[in-house]
Design a protein around this ligand. Sequence first.
Ligand code: FES
Ligand SMILES: [Fe+2]
Length: 454
Amino acid sequence: MNIQVTEAPFSKVRKDYIDQRRYTSPEFARLERESLWTVSWHWACREEDIPLVGDYLVYDIGDQSIVVVRTSTEAIEAFHNVCPHRGRRLLTGRGKVTRFHCVFHAWQWDLHGNNTRILDHEQWRGCAGMSTGDMALARVHVGRWAGFVFINMSAEPEPFEEFIQPAPQYLDVLRMEDMRYNWHKAIRVKCNWKVAQEAFMESYHVWGTHPQFLQYSDDKNYSLAEGKHGKHIWTYELPPGTPSRRLGKPPLSLDEVRENFADLQLAFADQLGLGNGDGQFTARSLNAASEAVRELPEGTSMEKAMETAFLAMKSAADEDGAYFPVIPPEHLGTMGHDWNIFPNLGIVWGADGTLVFRGRPDPEDPDNPDVCILEMISLLHWGKGKEPRVEIDDVDDWKNQKDRIPKLLLQDLMNIEEVQRGMHSVGLKALRPNPVQEVQITNFHQVINQYLFD
Ligand code: FES
Ligand SMILES: [Fe+2]
């Protein structure tokens, strides 16, 4: 067990211990602003957000704002979203430009950030550092993986290819670069960004928070650090369709487990999808699997039922012209079901879809450790030409807009604001994470420590 304990303020982290002031202290939020967000790689947007040359997206993280722009079919560049004249922000939201233009005093830059106009430039004659070269937009580094565009604001960042390891070798089989948005929620939440992120970093909470799922599946799992990132793995010692051992129920017959497995497919659609059930998986897959398993004769083994479900999902995808991952069992055993790419890209994958979660300090209130924006996203492998045009759904008052959030994720939301309140209690000595099932969280904090205190 890692028993690293250092003495810098708030830095105490062990596999069974986290100082709760890391979530509540404005001082800690300040340290994150100065030493994490401006130094580490983090996920800014999807490539599909900016498909064509000149398409841009403004990524706001706390008090920092970055413009990510496609500059050629293949190239994506990023700049600090600020005018070097007197500091006006250049752009908001997303859109298309042929050049950057500051509306305050009309300075201009090309898509690569080169200054092309300083109005009345000759009036700076004799002033140091005022050439057009000096007045380029401040460049931000870009890294790309699996359709996700990352940025890094430091002058000399850790190479992206090193930072992202070892996630690609486990997750590339999903071909997330070919997935496209299904829905994208941006929810204003009263909790620290780490509380929101950690809601999707462990499955220890399933019995307490999502008990309705235990009738379909055993919930034994463990968690691992993977470089700066982390994952947790469901062991599936008992086949899906077997109720959790925690329920203490008499064992089901083989036919009942198989029936339950068919029901589980529909539960995924009902609990983690919206509309027709697209969410963590496509409804196309879930319906096909459920139907095919129900048609199997009595006495069919679970091994056969799982193979049948897989083949039904794959042929439904094939018919639709969509990719469906074929994951060898030896790979599935180690790839991890839920990942967190440091610091705030949560990936809870299905098969032909994935949920993505991101907690980030609220750009409207960046000094406040008690608020954040929690994004919940569904990405899918769509049939050819079937991907919809998706706008971000801003959910400002989630308690009164519950129908816009999948049922199971609503249960997670119900926790996180209460966790944040609880962390302010003078009756709380420290957080005591589970050293087996919540390693992803303690590793996350130890990596944050590397940025803040090393
Ligand atoms: S602040 Fe941008 S041109 Fe003056
Ligand atoms: Fe949950």
